[in-house]
Design a protein around this ligand. Structure first.
Ligand SMILES: Nc1ncnc2c1ncn2[C@@H]1O[C@H](COP(=O)(O)OP(=O)(O)O)[C@@H](O)[C@H]1O
Ligand SMILES: [Mg+2]
Length: 380
């Protein structure tokens, strides 16, 4: 059996890869755009590719592989529409089969699944829930497992884990629903101690959704209410003055350590963006620039790469992660977050940093599928 093929009843065949996208989170459209990138670049001679969308209702549907349908333009925000036919994953005769079922019809088999590539961002996708579903059926998938995904999604527990691993985390407070509803005054006092400005964030969101920068106590309640629209658990952080440096991490093969890309720097230029917000990320072309490699001293580059690999290991990530830092004028490197399923269109930071480090987008997809196919199933 070659590296590329899987064996079925003694005969090699192309691995069947399900690209799973959309999903229930507010990053549904972003996930569709990522799917367009992956579907456009994946080697279709090497893999048998099945695109499956998750509608905002949670329904799984067989979708078109036409990348135009999933691209973002000013007139089109892509969305997976619900369908009368539902796709499910089931184990039949020892194989993981995709089944399509519709009312009053005999269910149809779509064939065996070898690996799922969940290009889902945010809750119910990047947070361990899909990963748990796939674990239950012993199906291989690209990226981090249940716990690493869940820790990486929660900006509070992520910090707890980073701190325990000796990584430098900025000052913050975590605020639960009960604390805010029963004693808002003590929440305001804790936040006041951080000093302003602060960043108010939903604990489990992404793409900067629900995040506000608050300059004084007067603006705090409104920012908290805005963040609570995304998640009732919040993280409020002291604003950090520093350049935004990111690093892409790719799991090593076998027992090799994680591989790190050249770090990049994000700069948000003009356009009234106070920080790297949703519009700067996705809506306005050219609002955010990536320079890779980041123009920082060589020791800082080396340190960022080391810390990125340490963060990857701290949460127990697998496959891929993007680790984001602040590089302060004093030369401190403070970790902001890890993303276990970072933006993954060809233009996204993660693939761009790998491209600048000598690994192309199609080669990156190939490597991620290789890692997933060669991973053990069961507890790992
Ligand atoms: N503590 C902070 N100090 C300064 N800027 C911040 C801070 N936290 C977030 N930001 C800004 O907000 C952006 C989004 O915050 P982040 O925590 O990365 O959320 P998301 O998970 O949605 O990307 C960051 O890229 C940065 O520009
Ligand atoms: Mg971020």
């Amino acid at each position: 059996m070659s590296d590329e093929n899987v064996e079925v009843a003694g005969k090699p065949r192309r691995p069947r890869v399900v690209v799973l996208f959309g999903g229930r989170s507010s990053e549904h459209a972003v996930s569709c755009v990522t799917a367009a990138g992956v579907l456009g670049a994946i080697d279709k001679d090497k893999y048998d590719v099945i695109p499956i969308g998750i509608a905002k209702t949670g329904q799984w549907v067989l979708t078109s592989a036409d990348t135009r349908q999933w691209s973002l333009s000013s007139s089109l925000i892509p969305e997976v529409e619900p369908s009368p036919s539902t796709v499910t994953l089931a184990e039949i005769g020892g194989e993981h089969q995709l089944i399509v079922a519709a009312p009053n019809q005999i269910p149809q088999e779509l064939g065996t699944v070898d690996v799922v590539f969940p290009v889902l961002h945010g809750p119910f996708g990047e947070d361990g829930t899909i990963q748990g579903l796939l674990e239950l059926s012993d199906t291989r998938y690209v990226g981090a497992g249940v716990l690493a995904s869940a820790v990486g999604m929660d900006k509070h527990f992520m910090k707890v884990v980073f701190e325990a691993a000796g990584l430098h985390v900025g000052p913050y407070v975590a605020v639960t629903d009960r604390q805010w509803l029963t004693d808002p005054e003590s929440v305001r006092k804790r936040v006041d101690l951080l000093g302003f400005p602060v960043f108010v964030k939903p604990a489990r969101a992404g793409s900067s959704m629900g995040i506000s920068k608050v300059d004084s106590l007067e603006g705090l309640d409104a920012a908290i209410e805005e963040a609570r629209r995304h998640d009732l658990k919040l993280v409020i952080e002291a604003g950090i003055v520093g350049r935004e440096i990111e690093c892409a991490v790719l799991e090593g093969r076998g027992t090799q350590p994680p591989r790190t890309s050249m770090p990049g720097e994000i700069s948000v230029a003009g356009g009234g963006h106070e920080f790297y917000d949703f519009n700067a990320k996705y809506v306005e072309d050219d609002a955010a620039q990536l320079s890779c490699p980041a123009d920082i001293p060589e020791e800082a580059i080396a340190r960022v790469r080391e810390l990125a690999a340490a963060a990857f290991d701290a949460v127990g990530a697998e496959g891929l992660s993007r680790v984001d830092f602040f590089y302060t004028p004093d030369g401190d490197i403070i970790i902001n977050e890890i993303n276990t399923m970072p933006g993954f269109t060809p233009k996204s930071m993660y693939p761009q940093m790998w491209a600048a480090s000598g690994l192309s987008y199609p080669a990156l997809i190939d490597e991620l599928i290789y890692l997933a196919l060669h991973r053990k199933t069961g507890l790992r």
